[in-house]
Design a protein around this ligand. Structure first.
Ligand code: FAD
Length: 532
């Protein structure tokens, strides 16, 4: 009986950790299983060569592409999941992202729930993840019933200059909504934190509002919550009826242990959650659990993500560059009837990457010289769901990702727009003239925005999850990571994952556990603990 819990949550990324935070005050016995360990706080956390080039915190695992060629997925197995390394640009999806939209590559399908159903949960998630921002500045922004919890991060001089000049050429740049909890936001009696290596790096100062710091840490202050690290959920096991999952088989230190629970919440990330359901096939579910629709693993979306680096004559001495966004082309442009996507400044590229770009563009220049010339942008365009973009298991159990790009035209045109912007900036200020461009596009290995493999919907024939993110086929299994997305817009996904986890947690508390009034009070108490 000691291996029995009321609720088992599998995975601790943006989805799993947010769910744990919200359920912790119910007093229910909760077990959280995480295949990774804690990322140690060590000097290498901020060492670009170690983190970026050597992939110190990435798994050594191989996945296989559509041609069965092995690749190393850009993912992280650790407490807090990918949110430990994320850039914490915490955007709401736009109202149009919940509707059917026509793109160059086809149709982005509507969601079964619209923005209205999420507005309040976005507000809660912004508070929970301490988002800094400015309402009304981003032209594509959806309506919101509350201000951002905190004001935007200050622009450094070069960004101020870019912001002013972009406005002069008719754009509406805006401060990125950033999830950070800095001592200087709350008190003058603590030393301020200066952020530098951030997106792609763990944060030694715990200022990044990631799942572990903002959610798991306060959740684990409740005695009813247990976290088990290095605990790999191998299979979900059904009871004799085949309609409920009764146990999870977990691999811990080479030993296989079963844990049972009344409710299971799967949050392993879009690819691994699909893989877990497929691995759990049994006699009653030969094609995998929750897969009567044959949709498990299909509709994988990654976003089209890439970096463009402008090498200009303008001196860039920014320390924390990830601060400004451009969404003027989100719904299209004068010369584009279809949506293009959005552009953000990103953290400064690491020396190895900048030197690699410099080798062909400016042979002989040192890293210090190249750094001073470079301004780094991150571009995202929407990827569309396709039945053929699919996660499956190979015969040896390893993961295969059959993925072909959709809607890439939008991404190429978005790149063109950024280049056009600099031509216009060059007419205002000669330092921005004659830009040389470096950059890279993410390919199938760029799994950081993976989503869509277990989409939610009303029809059990075409979706895996119902509107509460419960599997249509199983009575007690929920999914709260990015896999529920029916389409993915072109904004970063983590705030939407967190908002949805809060929504599903509300359903569990109110409708399944029937403890609405109790939990509300106790959730408040945990919030206080978190902020103390
Ligand atoms: C470098 C980088 C920058 C990013 N920047 C941003 C950004 O600025 N803004 C934004 O919104 N998003 C950003 N993202 C994306 C964001 O981090 C993810 O979308 C989000 O964290 C996904 O949450 P999730 O819950 O779906 O899954 P994950 O974060 O992937 O969490 C899944 C967890 O499950 C665990 N797990 C997997 N399989 C098992 C198993 N079988 N048993 C037990 N545990 C298991 C994993 O170890 C992991 O901890 C970034 C990502 C990266 C990598």
């Amino acid at each position: 009986m000691t291996n029995h819990y009321d609720i088992i949550i599998i995975g601790t990324g943006s989805g799993g950790s947010t769910m744990a935070y919200k359920l912790a005050p119910t007093g229910k016995r909760i077990l959280i299983l995480e295949r990774g360990g804690f990322i140690p706080k060590e000097k290498e956390n901020w060492d670009p060569h170690e983190v970026v080039t050597n992939g110190r915190y990435r798994p050594k695992e191989d996945w296989y592409d559509k041609d069965d060629k092995p690749f190393k997925p850009f993912i992280h197995y650790n407490v807090g999941g990918n949110s430990k390394m994320y850039g914490a640009a915490l955007f709401r999806f736009r109202e149009s992202d919940f509707e059917e939209v026509k793109h160059y590559g086809g149709i982005s399908p509507q969601w079964p729930l619209k923005y209205d159903a999420y507005e309040n949960y976005y507000e809660q998630a912004e508070k929970l993840y301490s988002v800094h921002g400015k309402r009304g500045a981003d032209p594509s922004e959806p309506y919101a019933n509350a201000e951002y919890p905190l004001p935007p991060l200050a622009y450094e001089p070069l960004i101020k200059d870019l912001d002013g000049k972009m406005k002069q050429i008719g754009l509406r740049p805006f401060p990125l909504p950033m999830g950070v909890k800095l001592p200087q936001d709350y008190t003058a009696t603590e030393a301020p934190v200066v952020l530098e290596n951030f997106d792609g790096f763990p944060d030694l100062t715990d200022s990044k509002a990631d799942g572990q710091v903002m959610c798991l840490r306060p959740a684990l202050k409740n005695k009813n919550v247990t976290l088990m690290t290095h605990a790999y959920a191998e299979r979900l096991l059904t009871d004799a009826s085949g309609e409920r999952v009764s146990e999870v088989l977990v691999l811990i230190n080479g030993e296989k242990i079963k844990f049972s629970a009344d409710i299971f919440v799967v949050a392993c990330g879009a690819v691994n959650s699909a893989a877990l359901f497929l691995r759990s096939a049994n006699e009653m579910h030969p094609a995998g659990l929750a897969n009567s629709s044959d949709q498990v693993g299909r509709n994988l979306m990654l976003h089209h993500n890439g970096c463009l680096v402008a090498f200009t004559r303008k001196k860039n001495d920014c320390v924390f560059q990830k601060s400004l966004g451009i969404a003027d082309f989100y719904h299209g442009a004068g010369d584009s009837e279809f949506p293009l996507g959005e552009i953000q400044l990103m953290g400064r590229n690491d020396p190895d990457t900048i030197n690699w770009m410099g080798e062909t563009l400016f042979p002989g220049k040192s890293y210090a010289e190249l750094k001073e010339m470079s301004i780094d942008f991150w571009l995202t365009a929407e990827d569309l769901p396709s039945q053929n973009n699919r996660v499956t298991l190979r015969n040896d159990g390893t993961i295969k990702v059959n993925y072909t790009r959709t809607n890439y035209t939008a991404f190429l045109k978005l790149k063109g727009k950024l280049k056009e912007i600099f031509v216009k900036l060059g007419e205002l200020d000669a330092d921005y003239k004659d830009v040389k461009w470096g950059g890279y596009d993410l390919d199938v290995s760029g799994m950081s925005h993976q989503n869509g493999t277990l989409r939610f919907g009303n029809d059990p024939k075409t979706s895996v999850l119902d509107l509460n993110c419960k599997t249509h086929d199983l009575e007690n299994v929920y999914v709260v990571d990015a896999s529920f997305f029916p389409s993915c817009g072109a904004f970063n996904p983590a705030l939407t994952i967190a908002a949805n986890a809060l929504r599903v947690a509300d359903h569990l508390i109110n409708e399944v556990l029937k403890m609405g009034s109790v939990s509300k009070k106790e959730v408040m108490e945990v919030e206080c603990l978190c902020n103390s």
